[in-house]
Design a protein. Sequence first.
Length: 159
Amino acid sequence: MGKEILDQIQKPIDAICGAVGTAGMIMGVGAVIRAKWPSAKIVALEPDSSPVLSGGAPGPHGIDGTAAGFIPPRFSREVVTDVLALPEQEARTMARRLAREEGIFAGTSTGLNVVAALQLAEEVGKGGIVVTAACDSGFKYLDGALYRDDTRQTNTSDT
């Protein structure tokens, strides 16, 4: 994936961010990007309710595939330059917004990635390049509350 990103983006990348589960994506892509552009920020993401990578305690959260409550064996501070812990609700809101406004049907870890990418884009400024990934599909969330329209009226009467 890192090589594909380099093939597609010919300009220096300012930052890449990604939610950490096994840490495979952020470590692999991050290492490739840092080898090409050593000043690039490689930002690992986690929910703020389980900020283990940030030095906090593990806790419950609903961002599937991330923040298992321990530091994954593949995670390395030699590659990652920053860790950002973000509110789960922002990730959920972004996942719904991506579906509604952009037609990207994704889950909460992608929502987390996009929230962070937008924050990093503000930091690097106009003309900067920030990379992230849509790492999950919204399909596994269909039975849960993520894509449920909480404003709908339910009619339980038999009439």
